[in-house]
Design a protein around this ligand. Sequence first.
Ligand SMILES: [Zn+2]
Length: 427
Amino acid sequence: MTDIGTGGRWILAGVALLDGNATPRRDGAYLAIRGSTIDEIGDAKDFQAQPGDEILQLPDLLVMPGLIDAHLHLYASGSTEEEPVPDRFGSDLFPLIAVSNLEAHVDAGFTTVRDTGSENGSIWALRYAAQEGMLRSPRIIACGKVLTITAGHGTEYGVDMAWECDDAGDLIKAVRRQQHEGADYIKVIASRRSPDGLGSIAAWPVEELSAAVEEAHARGLKISAHVMGDDAIGTALRAGVDSLEHGWTGNSELWRAAANAGTYLVPTLSVLYQKEAHAAAGRPIWPSAFDSIFGTLDGRLADCGRAHELGVPFALGTDAANPGVLHGDGAIELELLVKAGLTPLEAIAAGTRDAARLCGIGNEIGTLGPGKEADLLIVRGDPSSDISLLRDRRRIVGVVRGGRFLKGEATLRCLSAAPGIPKGDDR
Ligand SMILES: [Zn+2]
């Protein structure tokens, strides 16, 4: 992990740019990094070198903001092949599993991840280690423990990741406790199984959930709601949450309300994609009891298409750690957003600018511009014309976080020194 731009600047020259704002590709540009931030962006023909500049000539590469996965759980891998963690380790292995997951995100071009439910202690330690450069890791935004009803979702994993809250007082207390312990934002599990077992309904009445939202907002914290079922989505919207996590299934009236309020939808389509892909391969990974709650991938893609048409802002989130949803496979979610009706540029914005805004750090990361943190993905090919190329790790040539190379420094130096050498036939 080499610091770049210490003293002088590093220049990525001759590159194409996607700025994260869903604006079309800009060709023949340069991007200058000084310390941890972007110093300048301009046309390569106007570039004026300064003393100490180190210039990488990268005419075949494209630079975009590092990707952001805004919904995942770092304490598990999501692999359906691995043996379960032996009980004797308790939760001691979680941080090590998380480190391996974080590396996978870096290799896939993700420079920020938002953990949506973990143990308080270990997730803060991981966040600190990532921030201090002890790990080859994306930035970590974390809520720590989630707020759920007694015996609600979040209490079933054998992980100490949930406060049980049964009324407004419990919710307010848990918001205060989580902020004190270090949460970057608050996550509530705002839905529960319906009495017939087939669907999902609001976990708390609106006045109770509103108490949590008001308390979080009064303390400068965003609040995200796990919601399944239209009753829960409607209740969460009336309470004023900042994002609908999953948000299955929704309808036009609810999407209009979300669009008006600017409430993000984080549809975690990868869960359904993997559920159906594994079932089709004769290896089902979810009990059939979930079928009626989850519905089908095609159904959710259509819902998301409608939400997008009605102006609901999207943020990319995979829900990695769920069965079959692996860390570092976020490019699949980008493809699914495109299948739902977002353009590739809009899907990229959902995975950069808009996810950064949902994380509360949209002024620091998520787009390219002077003064922004140098969180960059350097890629071979143009994801705005073919989003699926981001699934090919060989095309993820370089990854920079806060001005430090997490991947590809040697490769980029070689490419710059000998830009004419053949680079394989997948160009
Ligand atoms: Zn989740």
